[in-house]
Write a protein that binds this ligand. Structure first.
Ligand code: AMP
Ligand code: MG
Length: 401
């Protein structure tokens, strides 16, 4: 590898990839289209939230009188609905206004008694207890005008999209979704739906990786699987480079005779590192194909998924300065032993269950890196550090899938 980093830690690999980010663009889009997009600017609120003092309850509004005793009968002088201000109302001592949740507090009122604690007879209402000032939602108590509640890099979750609207934004500036080319390699690969000859398998990585790209908030561009030849691979990488911001390949990066991704990248591309200290998934490479960043992911289906989570997802979050999609790590007790190593992070598939003692991690399945079923039925990946024993009973970090 003539001086290039070789068999490095996951952190070292991440640091190297962060130095070669994809190029970014910003679009302004309607908030309806904002789900999972990443804000490209801070958003200061255009209004106070709430914009005016209003009632938190259906009930009666009146002026709070610290001297009053209860039950207390007041005269009903109006009705305040949850829109507009009823200008006819000016509430004096001894009077009350029927009010709906969210309605502006009528002039002269500062306290609410919920309707359940009131007895109404004709144009009179009897308060069974004192009205409460805390049932008034004060102007700006959630958010002051110009306060920055959503910052650049935040991924727009449903509640954040709602908050954009609350703050008065019909459109928002977001990073354009990266177009991410996905290129599977291997002579043995056939598309699902075709018939298989002996020695052939269905190509699954490009579909799984496309799902991961969408989960990351970007746009997958799946290419047909490429045969194991330098020419075919060169042609497809050139197509991908012309139309995509980033390329993911799968297969062809280990020590086999036909591992042409690595050979082509070494001979005609620019390899920034090859291999890292994780199991499964040790042979990934990262570099540039004619100026476009490229991750060479391993061919084994579990490995390609694991390396995406450990390398590509952090790279995409770092490029956009994004806080999503959020990765959760939990402490869990290993219920079955996991074979650890002295130099690699070991990512085995586990099923998590929540108990009174805490999270329990079971490893019910055969763990070959070609066994995609073991990933599909798992809820977490062990983050077993180099040198950790992996014995049953040990508490370890687990990445939630
Ligand atoms: P490779 O890294 O190319 O040596 O592939 C390692 C293993 O993963 C081999 O068993 C391949 O058949 C399998 N494999 C490679 N690419 C894919 C793919 N796109 N879908 C499913 N299996 C694959
Ligand atoms: Mg192959």
């Amino acid at each position: 590898m003539d001086g290039r980093p070789y068999f490095i830690t996951v952190e070292e690999a991440q640091t190297i990839t962060f130095q070669t980010p994809p190029s970014l663009n910003v679009d302004t889009i309607p908030i309806d289209a904002g789900s999972n997009r990443v804000l490209a600017e801070d958003l200061p609120s255009q209004v106070n939230d709430p914009p005016f003092d209003n009632s938190a309850m259906d009930g009666f509004a009146c002026r709070f009188d610290p001297e009053a005793t209860y039950p207390l009968t007041l005269e009903i002088v109006g009705l305040q609905a949850a829109s507009g201000v009823n200008d006819a109302i000016d509430v004096k001592a001894g009077q009350a206004v029927r009010i709906m949740t969210g309605a502006p507090m009528p002039p002269g009122t500062d306290a609410i008694l919920p309707i359940e604690r009131c007895n109404v007879e004709g144009n009179r209402v009897t308060f069974m207890e004192a009205p409460k000032p805390h049932f008034v939602r004060k102007m700006g108590e959630n958010l002051k005008k110009d306060a920055v509640a959503l910052t650049k890099g935040m991924q727009l979750t449903p509640s954040r999209i709602g908050l954009c609207a609350t703050m008065g934004y019909a459109t928002v500036p977001v990073y354009r979704r990266l177009r991410i080319g996905i290129v599977s390699t291997g002579d043995e690969l056939k598309s699902p739906g075709e018939s298989l000859k002996h020695g052939e398998i269905y190509e699954s990585n490009s579909f799984g990786l496309a799902g991961l790209v969408e989960w990351s908030g970007h746009e997958p561009v799946r290419f047909p699987a490429v045969a194991d030849s330098m020419e075919a691979l060169r042609t497809t990488l050139n197509e991908a480079k012309a139309t995509c911001d980033l390329i993911l390949t799968s297969g062809g990066v280990s020590m086999g005779e036909f591992d042409y991704v690595r050979r082509l990248m070494e001979e005609e591309g620019d390899v920034h590192f090859w291999r890292m200290k994780i199991r499964p998934g040790s042979p990934p490479l990262f570099g540039l194909w004619d100026g476009t960043p490229l991750f060479g992911l391993p061919g084994n289906p579990v490995s390609s998924h694991v390396v995406f989570r450990m390398l590509v997802a952090p790279y995409l979050r770092h490029a956009l300065g994004s806080d999503g999609p959020k990765e959760w790590t939990v402490r869990a007790k290993l219920c079955d032993p996991v074979k650890s190593t002295n130099d690699c992070v070991t990512l085995r598939r586990v099923t998590l269950t929540s108990t009174e003692e805490g999270m329990m991690a079971h490893q019910p399945r055969h763990q070959g890196s070609g066994n995609l079923e073991s990933l599909a039925s798992a809820s977490g990946l062990t983050l077993l550090q180099p040198g950790q024993s992996g014995e049953a009973g040990e508490w370890i970090d687990v990445l939630v899938l």
